[in-house]
Design a protein. Structure first.
Length: 330
C-alpha cells in the first residue's frame, strides 16, 4: 500500500542506495556544490521530464541519515513523494513496472560513485527519516599493526600508531545508553545532542584467507600464499544508535583514538561524557574512514507510530535536559 501525503494521489517510494562519499560535499543539496542528494535529484528531473524547482513536482528526497563531506554509505535509505502520472514517465518503451523502470534508468544515468540497490513503493506510514529504529556506522582504521592496502585509502584511515583496543573499548562502553553527547556533537538550533547508543565497540578484523585451506591446491600452498580478505587486520569501530547528531561518530572515534594511543586516559573520556560541552579537544577525525552501513526499521504496522514518537521532545531523566529531535536525520 502506498503512502499518501497531504496532496491526494501521490505515491511514496523507498529508495535503497550506496555511495562513495569521497568526491561529495555530503548528502544535502547545496548550490554549486556536488552532493549525493543533488546528483540524484538532478537525474530524477531529467528522467521524469520535470523542470527544476517545479512547485507541483519538487522531487525532493528525504533521507534516513545525512552524511557529512567525505563520509560513505554502503546502505542508505531515502524516500520520494511523486504523482503516479509523473512516475509512469519512467517506463517509456520498457515493459516493466514504473518503479523498476525508474530504478534501471536512474542507475544508468547516475555517476559511478552512486549505486541504486532498489526502488519500490513504500508501505503505509513509512518515513525514511523518522520511522528508522537505528543506524549503524563503522569507522575503519589501519594502524601500525595493520598492513596498509592502498586500494582502501578512500575508505580507511591510516595512522602510524599502535592502538590499544582494550583501552578504547573501555571508553566506548561508557557511551552505551541514553546520554547527552554535547562534548562530541553539534546540535541544530533548538535541537538536542541527546542520543541513545545501543552498541559501541572496537575490534580488529581477524586475518583470514578468502580461500579456505581445504580448497587450496598443493601448488598454491607450496607458494606460501593464500588470498586474504580485503579487511584483514583493520581496526573497526562499530556504533549503533537511534540517531546521531552532527559530527558525533567521528568525534567519538577521535576521542577513543586519543585514548588508544596514550595521549589521553579513561578519566578524561569520562569527564567529557559527564560534562557535555564542546571545548576544542574532541573535534571530528578525518571523514574517509566512516561508512553508514545499515538503517533498521520496525514492522510495517509500526512505521507510523515510530515516526510520530520520534518527533517528541527528548530528555535525560536525571538532569531534565531536553530539546527537540531535529537532528534526527543523521
Amino acid at each position: 500500500m502506498s503512502e499518501t501525503t497531504n496532496e491526494t494521489c501521490r505515491i511514496r517510494l523507498r529508495i535503497d542506495l550506496a555511495y562513495d562519499g569521497g568526491a561529495f560535499f555530503g548528502w544535502a543539496t547545496q548550490p554549486a556544490i556536488r552532493t549525493v542528494q543533488g546528483e540524484i535529484e538532478t537525474a530524477l528531473h531529467r528522467i521524469l521530464h520535470v523542470e527544476a524547482n517545479d512547485p507541483d513536482e519538487p522531487l525532493r528526497l528525504v533521507v534516513a541519515g545525512r552524511t557529512d563531506t567525505g563520509v560513505h554509505a554502503s546502505h542508505q535509505v531515502c524516500h520520494l513523494d511523486i504523482s503516479p502520472a509523473v512516475l509512469e514517465r519512467a517506463v517509456g518503451h520498457m515493459q516493466v513496472p514504473a518503479t523498476t523502470a525508474l530504478e534501471h534508468r536512474l542507475q544508468r544515468l547516475l555517476p559511478s560513485d552512486i549505486a541504486i540497490h532498489h526502488i519500490g513503493v513504500a508501505p503505509s506510514g513509512f518515513d525514511a527519516r523518522f520511522s528508522a529504529l537505528e543506524r549503524t556506522y563503522v569507522y575503519r582504521i589501519a594502524d601500525r599493526g595493520s598492513e596498509v592496502d592502498p586500494r582502501l585509502a578512500g575508505c580507511v584511515l591510516h595512522i602510524d600508531d599502535d592502538l590499544d583496543l582494550d583501552a578504547m573499548n573501555r571508553a566506548a562502553a561508557v557511551t552505551i545508553g541514553l546520554h547527552d553527547f554535547g562534548s562530541f556533537a553539534t546540535p541544530n538550533p533548538g535541537g538536542t545532542t541527546i542520543r541513545e547508543v545501543k552498541r559501541a565497540f572496537w575490534t580488529r578484523v581477524p586475518s583470514r584467507p578468502l580461500i579456505p585451506d581445504e580448497g587450496l591446491s598443493d601448488t598454491v600452498t607450496s607458494r606460501g600464499y593464500i588470498v586474504p580478505t580485503l579487511e584483514s587486520g583493520l581496526v573497526c569501530f562499530t556504533i549503533v544508535a537511534d540517531a546521531f547528531a552532527r559530527n558525533m561518530v567521528r568525534s567519538l572515534v577521535n576521542a577513543c583514538v586519543q585514548v588508544g594511543i596514550g595521549k589521553r586516559d579513561l578519566d578524561w573520556f569520562l569527564g567529557k561524557m559527564a560534562t557535555p560541552k564542546r571545548e576544542g579537544s574532541t573535534g571530528p577525525i578525518a571523514p574517509q574512514g566512516l561508512t553508514l552501513e545499515h538503517v533498521a526499521y520496525p514492522a510495517n504496522d509500526l512505521l507510523a507510530s515510530r515516526a510520530q514518537a520520534i518527533r517528541a521532545v527528548r530528555t535525560l531523566p536525571e538532569t531534565g535536559t531536553s530539546g527537540t529531535d531535529d537532528t534526527q536525520e543523521r
